[in-house]
Design a protein around this ligand. Structure first.
Ligand code: GLU
Length: 311
């Protein structure tokens, strides 16, 4: 299969430097190997996604010189996700879940303090093949979410950057959601179906998603898809040691562009953080291609100065 990478932003706000860092490293990996780069707008959450943010992301990538070869929008792919969800349903691997968020929180063990939600299996039926027979007449009158059963066994994989990993899905997350009760597609299903059908061979993204990979590998195996290489990246952090997010206003690309930075100065700084160049001098995306090597990229998280926009 030809080498192919992708950048898959959720258009729920302006890109911050952490998103740009992931996009840049995925793009450099692809361009340095003569591969193709896919831009996929992950707008499956109708409450949080905005077309205007997607347009802004596209404009930001063009401004940076990160060009793509293929373009997809997840909200146009619902029929494809339905097809793949039905495959799992016909195999007797999914069931309807009527739990509210409050129900789920009430069954949480107190030690899951990292925000991770482990579903206790409250709605998992004894006979999975009849799981959907009472769907229309549930006493709650609510519409169900769709969950997939997970095995109580370790999933092993080797991340190209963080090395061997092993996760037991039953303990890590429990049966997880593939489609929400409001009909919105869950990230795990959409990302696997898309990466597989688009022929993605290398998934590059922040290490906050490292432990999503085993959920995805489980789905890849159920569908009989080939698993791509996963290459997770260190996170860009603010001075408090927290991962950059939308709250770090001064480090979003909107502010940085407004403050007069050139694309070359942003790329030079990020390439320096990534260990690709030795000093943070302005440089174009194309000039970085021959310099790129995964061996140079650190595994430790990277502190970003709050005055980035001003420097
Ligand atoms: N859409 C996800 C996000 O913006 C990224 C998905 C991925 O790279 O797998 O966090």
């Amino acid at each position: 299969m030809p080498m192919k990478g992708r950048f898959a932003p959720s258009p729920t706000g302006r890109m911050h430097l952490g998103n740009v860092y992931s996009a840049l490293l995925s793009w450099l990996s692809v361009r340095s190997q003569g591969g193709a780069w896919v831009l996929r707008i992950e707008d499956i959450d109708p409450q949080r996604s905005r077309r205007s943010f997607a347009e802004q992301i596209e404009d930001d990538l063009k401004w940076l010189g990160l060009d793509w070869d293929e373009y997809f929008i997840q909200s146009e792919r619902s029929a494809i996700y339905t097809h793949y969800l039905n495959i799992l349903r016909e195999k007797g691997l999914t069931y309807p879940c009527y739990c509210t968020r409050a129900d789920i929180m009430a069954t949480q063990a107190p030690h899951e303090a990292d925000g991770r939600v482990v579903y206790a299996g409250t709605c998992r039926p004894k006979n999975l093949l009849q799981a959907w027979s009472n769907e229309a007449s549930h006493p709650s009158g609510r519409k169900p979410a769709t969950r997939i059963i997970v095995p109580d066994e370790d999933i092993h994989f080797v991340d190209a950057h963080y090395g061997p990993q092993s996760v037991n899905l039953a303990r890590h997350c429990g049966d997880f959601v593939l489609r929400r009760a409001d009909g919105a597609w869950a990230y795990q299903l959409a990302v696997v179906v898309d990466d597989a059908l688009m022929g993605i061979t290398e998934v590059v993204r922040g290490r906050d998603l490292l432990l999503s990979a085993p959920q995805q590998i489980y789905l890849y195996r159920l569908f009989g898809f080939e698993v791509p290489t996963f290459c997770h990246l260190p996170l860009l952090c603010n001075e408090a040691g927290q991962r950059l997010c939308k709250r770090d206003k001064s480090l979003d690309l909107g502010e940085i562009r407004k403050s007069g930075h050139s694309p070359e100065s942003v790329l030079g700084q990020l390439a320096y953080y990534a260990g690709i160049i030795d000093c943070p001098e302005p440089v174009s995306a194309l000039q970085l291609v021959p310099e790129f090597s995964w061996k140079k990229v650190p595994v430790e998280d990277i502190l970003v100065r709050p005055d980035f926009a001003a420097c």
